[in-house]
Design a protein around this ligand. Structure first.
Ligand code: SAH
Length: 211
């Protein structure tokens, strides 16, 4: 009950930042307090990142909101997320794609695959599959994807990932080492990229990430 009030307050804050009503409605449905550790739970609805163990973080709510808005996620989309972490961002995207869509979330740290899987189950979210692996390689067996959401900082825009986008598909990806520019990449008669502003993410570690 207390969490519900706090969640509503957070949604109001995000509304003032200009987030779309569609993304706000999805975020209102996902209980962020079920995606954080016991130690951080009282901060669940503050608009900043929180530690989730293994040196990683759950992104700040406004960052999840902006990335979902920029990606223009529609009902029925098949989405690849790279960096499942807590599973929260994937759960919000699962609300946006609805029962006819699905989110495949790749995570390289086994403990976080377990954490995300357990969090999604406790939130009753069935629209996400968490997969252990190096997300910088994508998931070629499940491609093409309508949307790709990269939640870790990449050295560049890997062709392995744009290759796995459907024609007309979009990817959001932070590019840079210590701080990043968030790019929206659209695959339509080639690859177009738009800079959506400065962000800070943990590094993408993998074959097409940082070593
Ligand atoms: N989306 C998450 C936040 C992710 S933080 C959430 O909602 O909580 C970034 C995550 O990317 C970390 O968990 C990190 O372990 C993971 N990561 C980094 N490099 C990766 C790679 N190559 N493949 C898969 N996951 C990766």
């Amino acid at each position: 009950m207390e969490f519900e009030t706090e969640r509503k307050r957070l949604i109001q804050t995000l509304r003032r930042r200009g987030i779309s009503e569609r993304v706000l409605a999805a975020m209102e449905k996902v209980p962020r307090h079920l995606f954080v550790t016991e130690k951080e739970r009282r901060h669940s609805y503050e608009d900043y990142p929180l530690h989730i163990g293994s040196g990683q973080t759950i992104s700040a709510p406004h960052m999840v909101a902006i990335m979902c808005d920029v990606l223009d996620i529609r009902e029925g989309h098949k989405i690849l997320e790279i960096g499942a972490g807590s599973g929260y961002h994937a759960a919000v995207m699962a609300e946006l794609v609805g029962a006819n869509g699905h989110v495949y979330a790749v995570e390289r740290i086994p403990e976080l695959v377990e954490f995300a899987t357990a969090n999604l189950a406790s939130a009753g979210c069935t629209g996400v599959t968490v997969i252990l692996g190096d997300g910088s390689l994508g998931l070629p067996g499940l491609a093409p994807f309508d949307r790709i959401s990269v939640a870790a900082a990449s050295p560049d825009i890997p062709a392995t990932l744009t290759d796995q986008l459907r024609e007309g598909g979009k990817m959001v990806i932070p590019v840079g080492r210590f701080y990043q520019e968030l790019y929206l990449v659209t695959k339509m008669n080639g690859i177009k990229k738009e800079d959506k502003g400065g962000v800070v993410f943990v590094p993408l570690v993998g074959e097409h990430g940082f070593s």
